[in-house]
Design a binder for this molecule. Structure first.
Ligand SMILES: [Zn+2]
Length: 120
């Protein structure tokens, strides 16, 4: 349990997997990695739940294309797609400014997410 305002961070380790090049579908190798934290969910009485995982830069052995592999989590800046959709869900029938305040997010961020995902 987090205390003293420390964020609730859950380390995540991905199983080894074969990551293919999105351009030519060739085999890739890990070129670089960075340990990063992403907002992933929200729980009452705890607050934002973060995941911490190794984000990999992969390079294609065939065409040299280098890309960030995001495990299909929709990683953008410091959030996962699941988190952004959860926040947008909270916006229905409420002012975006209320939601932004409640979740401790910048208004412009919540607004951008709302207009990106709400139409869907
Ligand atoms: Zn390739």
């Amino acid at each position: 349990m987090p205390s003293d305002g420390e964020p609730a961070v859950f380390p995540v380790q991905a199983a080894p997997q074969c990551i293919l090049c999105p351009i030519c579908f060739g085999k890739t190798y890990r070129h670089d990695k960075t340990l990063r934290r992403f907002r992933h969910s929200y729980a009452w009485h705890i607050g934002t739940l973060w995941i911490e995982l190794e984000v990999r830069r992969q390079r294609c052995k065939n065409c040299n294309y280098t890309f960030t592999y995001d495990y299909d989590l929709g990683l953008v800046r410091s959030s996962t797609l699941a988190y952004r959709l959860q926040i947008v869900d909270h916006c229905h029938g409420r002012a975006i400014s209320d939601v932004a305040r409640e979740f401790g997010l910048p208004y412009t961020t919540v607004e951008r997410w709302f207009y990106t995902y709400a139409p869907k």
